[in-house]
Structure formats: structure tokens, C-alpha cells
Design a protein around this ligand. Sequence first.
Ligand SMILES: [Zn+2]
Length: 176
Amino acid sequence: MAVLRKSVSAPRDPREYDPKIAATDARKIAQHNLLTTIPMDVRGLANALGLRVASMPMDENVSGYLEKEGSGWTIGVNSLHHINRQRFTIAHEIGHYFLHRDRTIFRDGLLFRQAGDIASHEREANLFASLLLMPDVEFRQALTQNNIPVVAEKFGVSQQAANFRVKTLGEGAVYG
Ligand SMILES: [Zn+2]
């Protein structure tokens, strides 16, 4: 049976989202713009969403940020970090855009290392990024044939990110 996918061209109101639904919509927008290559074109997705991506050198312990500038939004990414880490940072900031843009500005230090109230936002953005960069079906398929270092390279993520994704495999499918 064919599955009809509703076309999605823009994110919904953040209040309508959890990370899985948001990542699914983000994959649909990426697919609509022919960006769901492996590795996916995460900068292209940012641009398709109307987000400016500014690469610049930052302190080693800063990954990036999402900030409203005038009527538009800018993602900053630390150009000194490994390219795969930059990809995850951009995906993480797109996650903040989908999930939290009604709330605040995000400046991100070391991912996975936040505390308190901020922590739930960071966990949500990390889960979003993980699901966006490593879609369920393709990731599972790659895992059947390769070890983590090879799979991580295939999807353009760190081994840490690929291991994190393995732990979330039971959390629902993201297609596209
Ligand atoms: Zn963050």
C-alpha cells in the first residue's frame, strides 16, 4: 500500500512539536528540497528554512548559537570544530528553531553537558539533530552491514553521535 505523505514547506508553531514530530517535518522539508542525501545537506536545509548560517572561529568550548536578527534568524557555528561536529551543531540549532524559537536565544557550549531547565531544551535539540541526520530506516540498514565508525562516516556524524542514535532507535521512526 502506498503511503501518501503530506507535503510540508515550513515548520509549524513550536507548541505543536515534540522532537520526533519536528524531525519528521524537517525531513519532509529537506526531501521536498532534494536535500535528503546521505550525509544529508544540513546547511541546505537551514537555507531552505530561511535561516542564515554564519561560520566563524569561536572558543573551543562553544559549538554555536541560534539568534534572531531583525526579522530573520541566524545560526552561528564554530568553524574551528570538525566538519561533522559543525553539521551536528547546525542540526541542533535547527532543532531549537523548530522547537523553541518562541522562547529565547540559544548559545551552545559543549553539547550533552548542560544542567537545569536548559537541559531539557538541549536534550530535545540533540534528539532532533540525531533523528534529522540519521533517519531510522537508513540508519538501521547501515548498522546491519557496518560497524559504528563506518556508519558514523557514512552519515557525516561523530561516533559519539552515532552511538547516541543507536540508543534512540526504539523511539520511533523518522522517514525520508
Ligand atoms: Zn542548544
